[in-house]
Design a protein around this ligand. Structure first.
Ligand code: UDP
Ligand code: MG
Length: 310
């Protein structure tokens, strides 16, 4: 059996098209499947629309979360509830073309891969947003302590063992594409053109995107905290050199009273210290969140046909 996990947050405008395309894409290569739509606390009619699809197709399941937890948490919830021997993750705005699921499936079944991730070769629409994501992936691949994952996002398919490994990692600060690379197994990639979203506005606001980028970098790279050490070391060398110069200048009586240089170095040191206090703060905040050990999400109800549904 195959499970396809799709997070949904206020997507009422495109659900019909999404379900139509996803179901027909899956049924083209397998008959035993479940599609788990994770309703991430939608405030529009998404949930009731999703439930209505269940009347005609019992393969469709709806995991309704108690509020909006963000799409990384929604994906995680879906992965934890998925029962398939093979599990796929796909965005719910049709930016990840469902038709690609068939290719991913055959890479796993015939190509011998355990994990297949979609790599975006080009993005349609949303020029500015795409440019920022491009920059993020460039930086992330440079500094993350992971195999180069190209610009792979969430769109992917995995065998059961890989899913089990993925959900075993319980950290609260989650960047699933990074975690998925971390688990190892035989990883394959499939290149695709990322479509523009089918309808509506992006549900990941720029703030949410930035936060995700920060989470990704802080949890997979030690560069930010290392920068602090490097700059500190450079500072030591510079100030040693300056000290020697000052001593020599004093000894040779050409020292001038230098307010400006003193002030400049004060400002410089002060601001560097603030920047790194900020970076250290980010780490401490994450340590704090991990130590609270709160669940990543709460489920309101799982509509999967096993209990009586309203
Ligand atoms: N999404 C979600 N919770 C959120 C934000 C987004 O479940 O808090 C879903 C959204 O409905 C979509 C997917 O996650 O199916 C990707 O969201 P979006 O298209 O806004 O992100 P982007 O394409 O910019 O990565
Ligand atoms: Mg999108």
């Amino acid at each position: 059996m195959i499970s396809v996990v799709v997070p949904i947050y206020n997507e009422e405008l495109l659900l019909d098209e999404l379900v139509r395309r996803t179901v027909s894409a899956i049924e083209s290569f397998i008959s035993d499947y479940e599609v788990i739509f994770v309703d991430d606390g939608s405030t529009d009619t998404s949930l009731s629309k999703l439930l209505s699809f269940r009347k005609d197709n019992s393969h469709i399941k709806v995991l309704s979360l108690s509020r909006n937890f963000g799409h990384q948490a929604a994906f995680t919830a879906g992965l934890e509830f998925a029962k398939g021997d093979i599990v796929a993750m796909m965005d719910g705005d049709l930016q990840d073309p469902p038709e690609l699921l068939a290719d991913m499936y055959s890479m796993i079944r015939k190509g011998g891969f355990d994990v297949v991730s979609g790599r975006k070769t080009r993005r349609k629409g949303q020029k500015r947003r795409s440019f920022y994501t491009f920059l993020f992936h460039l930086l992330f691949n440079k500094i993350a302590e992971l195999e180069n994952i190209g610009n792979a996002g969430n769109f992917s398919m995995m065998i059961r063992d890989a899913v089990d490994a993925l959900v075993l990692m319980k950290e609260k600060t989650r960047y699933l594409p990074g975690l998925r690379s971390f688990i190892g197994f035989r990883q394959g990639f499939i290149d695709f053109v990322r479509d523009d979203r089918f309808e509506g506005e992006p549900k990941m606001s720029m703030t949410k995107l930035l936060r995700l980028a920060g989470d990704a970098i802080l949890s997979f790279s030690r560069l930010p905290i290392r920068l602090c050490l490097y700059l500190g070391l450079i500072g030591v060398v510079v100030f040693l050199a300056a000290g020697i110069y000052l001593l020599v200048a004093k000894a040779m009586h050409f020292a001038v009273p230098g307010w400006s240089s003193t002030l400049l170095s004060l400002y410089f040191l002060g601001s560097i210290q603030l920047v790194f206090l900020g970076i250290i703060g980010e780490y401490i905040y994450r340590i704090y969140k991990e130590s609270q050990n709160r669940p990543l999400y709460f489920v309101k109800k799982y509509y999967n046909g096993s209990q009586a549904e309203k």
